[in-house]
Design a protein around this ligand. Structure first.
Ligand code: SF4
Length: 244
């Protein structure tokens, strides 16, 4: 009888825990209640989406990268030509793999065998139906902050491809442009520089030295404060920490 009671209590407890996990109210991870963070992300995303609207850009929010990838794939018609800018986020959420395996014309900038071919691929990318990228940072007020060494990514964001799809983890949200630039130069660039084995000061020290090195990442600093073309730029916010 005693063991039966024990079994029922244990079973009931398990059921309650499972229900709570399913309702996403009490997901415990490393001792933290992640649901509060997710709830805060969702509320902040709602404000950002509103602010993007006034800047002629569309915003969406997904709790997970997988949900976001599914939504992006549904938004891109089969057969579309697709170019992309360097981004860890679009790889991490599985978007690049899905595009590679999907029914699209992928314009693969990594396929270039020499600078001449790279130029030809870039010309094609500039006229693509869709361009995929992340943003280095986004302000709560809806400004996009992007820093680029080559400039190909920011050039395509500004003009060229018919549609620009931007996937961004909520870890890249900042309060203002200044803190966004500081975030990119002191958080994203050092990690990227180490990943790419670049001989630049932030790779050595882990923070920005405002360098003018030959390999400098920070040649172009672009703030997108408004889109001039309705429906061209779509921002997919994701309630996860993604990219750098
Ligand atoms: S300016 Fe130079 S040191 Fe600073 S983040 Fe950019 S590449 Fe790194």
């Amino acid at each position: 009888m005693k063991s039966m009671v024990k079994y029922l209590v244990k079973n009931n407890l398990q059921k309650i825990i499972l229900q709570k996990i399913r309702s996403r109210k009490y997901i415990i991870e490393g001792g933290n209640t992640m649901s509060y963070k997710k709830e805060a992300y969702a509320k902040m995303a709602a404000s950002i989406i509103k602010n993007l609207e006034k800047r002629n850009m569309e915003g969406y929010y997904y709790e997970t990268g997988a949900e976001c990838t599914k939504a992006i794939l549904e938004a891109i018609p089969a057969g579309s030509s697709i170019g992309w800018g360097g981004s860890e986020t679009i790889k991490e959420i599985g978007l690049m793999e899905a595009i590679h395996n999907g029914n699209y014309e992928l314009i693969d900038r990594l396929a270039a065998k020499d600078p001449k071919e790279a130029r030809a691929i870039y010309a094609k990318t500039a006229l693509a139906d869709y361009y995929l990228m992340s943003s280095n940072a986004i302000t709560i007020d809806g400004e996009l902050i992007n820093i680029d060494g080559n400039g190909n990514r920011v050039a395509c964001l500004i003009q060229g491809p018919s549609h620009v799809i931007i996937a961004v983890g909520m870890n890249k949200i900042v309060t203002d442009v200044e803190s966004g630039i500081a975030r990119v130069r002191n958080m994203a660039s050092p990690a990227n520089a180490i990943r790419l084995n670049k001989k630049i000061p932030c790779a050595a020290s882990g923070h920005c030295h405002d360098c003018l090195s030959p390999d400098c990442f920070c040649n172009q600093i672009v703030i997108t404060r408004r889109s001039g073309h309705e429906g061209r730029i779509k921002i997919y916010l994701i309630g996860e920490e993604l990219g750098y």
